[in-house]
Design a binder for this molecule. Structure first.
Ligand SMILES: [Zn+2]
Length: 284
């Protein structure tokens, strides 16, 4: 009977309107996760939130911290909730987001996000040669209100903006800069192969490595950009302007990728020097 009343109440309210009746039954977190646009988030377990050690320092980042915490753990008095609903809801979202960023780099949090990754909940890489590789959310900074969330492709090791504007406006700090790289560090068998179809448990043999190298060479030849030199921009300027994404775990560059990037940059620098020399001699 109570349940029916709740459902009736919810059906008359707008979708994003948090109902205090709904909260009692399903909880703030369930409501938040089921709201449109929040599909990238996973459920943070109660035990994690209720252990105050895990929330160290967040009281300085969130206004009305204790009330926001009471709201997401469904312990807030209805009177306070009615009075400050708008302001508290914003702070509760911020608090949940910041807890979420910490939770998804724990063993249990990684496992939950892995399920979402396997279902391709975060979308797929738009690059044709990545063959619809599922993506993982990543932040470009761990500080809230600075950069929106991006999507990382483990195959081309590049980042993309979410297709939907609802997802595009999510704060990147709610996922953090380390998450996708830590996931591949903890589950190395999930690192996607650089070529061939998607396989969640890729077989790595020396033959595979050789064919992967061969394929990469072919791909590089196919991909040689022809119309990259725009009018008024020299090749050198274009080469130097290209920004690169640098995967990091807790601020440190990921070792293998860092090594590869140093090599790629040395090659680029040599090519730039060559172009400059040709330019000086009027050969370009
Ligand atoms: Zn890709």
């Amino acid at each position: 009977m109570i349940r029916r009343t709740v459902e009736d109440n919810n059906s008359t309210g707008s979708e994003s309107d948090y109902s205090k009746y709904g909260a009692r039954i399903s909880g703030w977190i369930s409501w938040f996760l089921s709201s449109k646009g929040n599909e990238y988030f996973c459920e943070v377990e109660d035990d994690y939130i209720l252990d105050r050690f895990n929330l160290t320092g967040l009281n300085t980042e969130v206004q009305h911290y204790s009330q926001a915490l009471d709201l997401i753990t469904d312990n807030l008095d209805d009177e306070i909730l009615d009075e400050h609903r708008g302001a508290l809801d914003v702070q509760a979202r911020l608090l949940y987001g910041l807890i979420h960023a910490r939770w998804i780099v724990t063993a249990r949090g990684l496992a939950k996000m892995l399920e979402k990754y396997k279902r391709a909940d975060f979308g797929r890489c738009p690059r044709v040669l990545c063959q619809s590789q599922p993506l993982l959310p990543v932040g470009l900074t761990d500080i809230p209100y600075e950069k929106s969330v991006k999507l990382y492709c483990g195959r081309c090791e590049d980042i993309y903006s979410p297709k939907s504007s609802r997802h595009g406006s999510i704060d990147g700090a709610y996922f953090g800069t380390s998450f996708p790289h830590l996931l591949f560090l903890v589950y190395p068998t999930l690192i996607p192969p650089k070529s061939g179809p998607i396989d969640f448990v890729p077989l790595r043999t020396s033959g595979d490595a050789e064919s992967s190298r061969r394929n990469r060479r072919n791909r590089e030849e196919q991909e040689t950009p022809r119309e990259i030199v725009q009018e008024g921009l020299s090749t050198v300027a274009v080469a130097l302007k290209a920004e690169r994404y640098r995967p990091r775990i807790f601020g440190f560059q990921v070792n293998e990728i860092a090594k590869l990037q140093r090599w790629q940059e040395a090659v680029r620098d040599r090519q730039v020097a060559r172009l400059e020399m040709l330019d000086e001699h009027g050969l370009l």
